[in-house]
Design a protein around this ligand. Structure first.
Ligand code: ATP
Ligand code: LTN
Length: 336
């Protein structure tokens, strides 16, 4: 009986790049929601190191961040017994499938992607071909596991649409091979904005440290950054597009405490921003401090982390290779 329930669980796949230290945006937009899904789904949570190298990475930082990201996954509550956590480059099927899918993708589709346009304008003349092909590797990640759902922040919706298009095109060209995945975008906390320029998303690759909160920022730094967060001269805690800074802080507080925007408007009615900002800072500290302590403990135990990523890669490899073989066969490659 137990096996039966295992089999009908839907599959979830998601990943984060070890391209910088994680922000509160990554936590509220991705990780926190992943934790809620682990009991009801068959979940694969990947550390997408091959995506990270589409822009320049210092090798020693990449190594440090990859392990730290695994520790953060676990400390945030992703249980190694219930989930498959692994490092993308440990499962060669991802790169192999990405090549096959690249040959079924149009350059026009890729050059239209918002993330590509944003990042390529930032990096000017030194844009790697990897940056253009980035979404195809993401398509491979998802399709190899026949994922039903892909929990991501709003900013990744376009990549998910591309995934569906490519899967559908492949299925039509070579007969049914892939499940068509759905994006799974949570209601609250979907997009956390930059604390200094609240019309931009909070990004770990921003140059101004006051614009983001890092998951590993010490409590005092968190308090300072929130105190400095841009608001406005209206002086009312109101969830309105005219007050993007306040709106963003409300989103953060709501995502952390479960309070609705109306409840927050009521609570701070006629009080200005001082107490509100203090409460936002304390809610962040209360959430992140225990996670930070666990991350530090986990990083002291490299053998344990190694055990988890090795076991994860083994499980992931088993699933991924089955889909890869199917793809190769349908395309007309001779099986060895
Ligand atoms: P970069 O900021 O360097 O472009 P990123 O943080 O957007 O990178 P990832 O590390 O791959 O990219 O993001 C991991 C997950 O975090 C994705 O699901 C993404 O949607 C989510 N995410 C990232 N930033 C935010 C944000 N500001 N608000 C909500 N979710 C976010
Ligand atoms: N591009 C994603 C990271 C990512 C991903 C994936 C997310 C790479 N492969 C597969 C979901 C599923 C981003 O968030 N920047």
């Amino acid at each position: 009986m137990e096996n039966n329930t295992e089999q009908i669980k839907k599959v979830i796949f998601s990943g984060i790049q070890p391209s910088g230290d994680l922000t509160l945006g990554n936590y509220l937009g991705a990780l926190k929601n992943w934790v809620k899904l682990q009991d009801d789904y068959d979940t694969f949570y990947c550390i997408v190191d091959l995506h990270a190298i589409t822009v320049k990475q210092e090798p020693k930082n990449l190594r440090r961040r990859t392990l730290e990201l695994l520790a953060i996954y676990i400390a945030a509550g992703i249980d190694p017994e219930k989930n498959t956590m692994f490092i993308q480059s440990h499962v060669p099927a991802h790169s192999e499938a990405a090549w096959l899918l690249n040959c079924n993708t149009y350059v026009g589709e890729l050059s239209r992607m918002t993330q590509y346009k944003d990042k390529s304008s930032k990096y000017g003349n030194s844009i790697s071909a990897g940056l253009l092909n980035y979404p195809v590797l993401m398509v491979a990640d998802i399709l190899l596991y026949q994922a039903d759902l892909v929990p991501v922040g709003k900013d990744q919706k376009q990549h998910l649409e591309l995934t569906r298009d490519i899967a559908d095109r492949f299925n039509k060209a070579y007969s049914h091979t892939f499940k068509i995945p759905e994006p799974y975008i949570p209601e609250n906390g979907t997009k956390i904005m930059d604390l200094q320029e609240p019309n931009k998303k909070m990004s770990k690759s921003s140059d101004n440290p006051n614009s983001f909160i890092l998951m590993m920022d010490p409590p005092d730094i968190i308090r300072k950054k929130i105190a400095r967060a841009v608001t406005d001269s209206i002086g009312e805690v109101k969830y309105s597009d005219e007050q993007p800074g306040v709106k963003n802080l409300m989103t953060i507080l709501g995502a952390l405490t479960g309070a609705s925007m109306e409840q927050l408007e009521q609570k701070y009615l006629g009080q200005g921003y001082a107490q509100f900002k203090k409460d936002v800072a304390e809610a962040i500290v209360a959430e992140l401090e225990p996670i930070q302590n666990k991350v530090k403990d986990l990083l002291e135990n490299k053998t344990y982390l190694e055990e988890i990523y090795k076991k994860g890669a083994e499980k992931a490899n088993y699933v991924a290779i089955k889909t890869l073989r199917k793809m190769q066969k349908k395309i007309g490659l001779i099986q060895k």
